[in-house]
Design a protein around this ligand. Structure first.
Ligand code: SF4
Length: 330
């Protein structure tokens, strides 16, 4: 094992990646490649937990997600990048771990309760949906990851993984280390309507949006809700446009906008135009790489073949240890 701490994280391929996905996870992953031994996977089995009725677009989502990852700066030279279903050992470990996981641990998972409430248009009363933290545990434990980068709301999942690892080790002997949650800081950007940015709210700016689409969406953004007219002073501290400025506009301009907004010396349309230009500039190199990978599918295929083969070698080794611990290595 490399001397760097090993971390693992995945994303469900349920649609094109937007700025919320990028700033909430992907940008952190890119930065983690140096200090950590990174494993990043497309969680296509996990996409089935909520989208089992509509698998038609999954192959395209997987491909586009990989292109987004590579364009954003994930590098096969520094990270192992793979697709979950290319390593079928995940399902084998999932099955074994499901045998030892008490159902009440899954029923008390806060995300489970929350998603059942939020996604009422989908029938989530399935065995697979209840059990998805066990599949996550299998994903993490397979690589003996020491850390899992997560937002605060994901910490309970890592905790279930730790509990499952402990239970396995108690029953069969030490095989799995207990992974730590690595809390990641993410900027508080919202969708153009000021709700959480989400494909299902139709309020997202996508990494693959053209400059024209980006400008159009930025001009539609809800700003400080108290500022009805240009002559009203605004409050950048509660403005979503300003959050983007802080990330993508140069410091002197950000300070100027902050001052002028509070004194009603700049209008929101002018302010948004500056922000759209900054965002378009910032995304330009990513989009150029995007075009490159989109027109070279064979490169993406090779990266996935290599990453999945590397992941699978580790998975086979772990499964040999698991079966030996279970005394089922015949
Ligand atoms: S001027 Fe800019 S920062 Fe101020 S409220 Fe309008 S969009 Fe937001």
């Amino acid at each position: 094992m490399s001397e760097k701490k090993r971390i693992l994280s995945g994303m469900r391929p349920t649609g094109p990646l937007h700025m919320g996905n990028y700033l909430g996870a992907l940008a952190n992953w890119v930065d983690m490649q140096e200090p950590y031994d990174c494993y990043f996977f497309v969680a296509d089995w996990h996409a089935l937990t909520s989208d089992y009725e509509n698998t038609g677009p999954t192959a395209e989502y997987v491909r586009q997600m990989l292109i987004d990852w590579l364009s954003a700066g994930l590098s096969p030279d520094r990270s192992t990048i793979f697709i979950q279903s290319k390593v079928p050992e995940h399902t084998e470990l999932y099955l074994i771990l499901s045998m030892i996981t008490p159902v009440p641990w899954l029923e008390r998972n806060p995300t489970y309760k929350d998603q059942i409430l939020q996604l009422q248009n989908k029938d989530l009363s399935t065995f697979g949906f209840l059990g998805y933290p066990v599949l996550q545990a299998a994903d993490i434990l397979m690589y003996k990851a020491q850390g899992v980068p997560v937002g605060v709301d994901q910490v309970p999942h890592v905790e279930i993984t730790r509990e499952i690892a402990r239970r396995f080790n108690y029953l069969y002997g030490d095989v799995f280390p207990e992974p730590d949650a690595i809390l990641t800081q993410t900027p508080k950007i919202l969708g153009i309507d000021r709700r959480k940015m989400s494909k299902s709210y139709n309020n997202a700016i996508y990494l693959a949006d053209s400059p024209e689409e980006i400008e159009k969406k930025v001009l539609q953004m809800v700003t400080d809700p108290q500022r009805a007219r240009k002559s009203d002073p605004g409050n950048p501290d509660i403005c979503n446009v300003f959050e983007f400025h802080k990330l993508y506009t140069d410091e002197a301009t950000v300070e100027k906008i902050d001052r002028e907004c509070r004194k009603a010396e700049i209008g929101c349309v002018a302010c948004k135009k500056i922000m759209a230009a900054s965002l378009i500039d910032a995304l330009a190199p990513l989009q150029e790489r995007r075009r490159y990978y989109a027109s070279h599918p064979e490169i993406v295929d090779q990266i996935i073949a290599d990453g999945s083969a590397k992941a699978r070698a580790i998975a086979k080794d772990t499964m040999a240890q698991v079966k030996a611990a279970l005394k089922m290595n015949y």
